[in-house]
Ligand binder design. Structure first.
Ligand SMILES: O=C(O)CCC(=O)C(=O)O
Length: 252
């Protein structure tokens, strides 16, 4: 794809709260990212593991681990790995010109953009926790990040727990005073009773632009292959968090 979105694409994004971007990675680039994350999970990467948030999925005789800094054993059975902006291979992907132009459109050309979260999300074969419907927002920030790019590294299918979204839900914040963006049981019932979500089935190397308020979630993986993905949330670099955190600038 090119480095800028068309007028039509922006209109679809504004209506839906998400947009399928199509292929943003070549096959070789996908292989570079998948090999790298496997290397990280297996403890073979030259990286400061003490700075990576690594959460192990349950399985292989382990409970799901806490989301804490540091390596938790050589296994491909990780659920989540955060702080991947510290990895040069992932950082290079995050800086692609197309993402810069999307960030400029969303935050304005004079806004410095930082990474709020650069996160590997994995659903190992026959595993993977169900992620209940939520909006991506955090009340410890003085303004909401608005932009997430979710990229499939493996095929993402209904069977292996692709992301499911509800169109048009980006217009309202469901629980403004709640610290997290998770919907209540009643809100989920109301939302799902008469409506199917859009299942974001994607090929490896395809990405979706998501407004952070778009309600989304995913099921577990019922297949024999992993569902690896990379999700990056870009924020206004002037965002203040409590307690204070440092965020790495991505686009100056
Ligand atoms: O990968 C998933 O299943 C969901 C990821 C998610 O919630 C996110 O990227 O914000």
């Amino acid at each position: 794809m090119g480095d800028t979105l068309s007028f039509e694409q922006w209109r679809t994004y504004e209506e839906q709260g998400y947009l399928r971007l199509g292929k943003v990675l070549t096959e070789d680039e996908v292989t570079a990212l998948t090999s790298r994350i496997d290397e990280i999970m297996l403890g073979k990467a030259e990286i400061d593991y003490d700075k990576l948030m690594m959460q192990r999925e349950e399985g292989e005789g382990y409970e799901q681990s806490a989301q804490t800094l540091g390596f938790k054993g050589a296994t491909l059975n990780y659920r989540k790995i955060q702080n991947l902006e510290l990895d040069p291979v992932y950082l290079a992907y995050m800086k692609k010109p197309v993402f810069r132009s999307i960030a400029e459109k969303i935050y304005g050309i004079h806004t410095r953009v930082a990474c709020y979260r650069a996160m590997f999300m994995n659903k190992p074969a026959f595993h993977g926790t169900r992620l209940v419907y939520h909006q991506d927002r955090w009340s410890n920030l003085d303004r909401d990040p608005l932009l997430t790019i979710w990229t499939a590294l493996d095929p993402a299918t209904r069977e292996n727990g692709c992301v499911q979204v509800y169109e048009g839900t980006h217009r309202n914040l469901m629980n403004p005073s709640d610290p997290s963006g998770f919907l209540t049981k009643e809100q989920i019932e109301d939302l799902t009773v008469n409506r199917e979500p859009d299942y974001l089935e994607l090929q490896p190397g395809e990405a979706v632009l998501l407004h952070n308020w778009t309600i989304h979630g995913s099921e577990g993986n019922r297949s024999s292959k992993s569902r690896r993905a990379f999700s990056v949330c870009y924020m206004d670099a002037d965002t203040i968090s409590r307690p204070a955190e440092q965020f790495s600038a991505i686009f100056d």
